[in-house]
Design a protein around this ligand. Structure first.
Ligand SMILES: [Zn+2]
Ligand SMILES: [Zn+2]
Length: 108
């Protein structure tokens, strides 16, 4: 590589490139390139190379978390629904009982 010294780091315009990323073909300084499985890669390509699996598992985890969240809301909704049913059922019973009692009291 005869012209590597004129190349500048893609991230640091003032720094001389120490190597070229084989993935994206851009030049990077020593700080910006990392060795990964016997390959010299830039940080961006390393992330791209390493992340897909982690990203999908993260997304899956997010979906699972969202599923748990929605399930929790659903359970809460069902609980509140039955709670409301019970609350709606109880006062009418009390009310009827009171009505019956008052009528019984006034009737006597
Ligand atoms: Zn790269
Ligand atoms: Zn750099």
């Amino acid at each position: 590589m005869p012209d590597i010294t004129d190349k500048r780091c893609h991230n640091h315009k003032r720094r001389e490139a120490a190597g070229r990323c084989p993935q994206c073909g851009r030049f990077f300084c020593r700080e910006c390139i990392t060795e990964h499985e016997d390959q010299v890669l830039c940080a961006a390509c390393l992330r791209k190379l390493v992340e897909p699996a982690g990203k999908t598992s993260n997304r899956l985890r997010g979906v699972l978390r969202l599923g748990h969240f929605l399930l929790g809301i659903l359970i809460l909704y069902i609980l509140f629904y039955y709670f409301a049913q019970v609350l709606l059922a109880l006062p009418s019973d009390f009310h009827e009982g009171t009505l019956w009692q008052t009528s019984w009291w006034t009737g006597s």
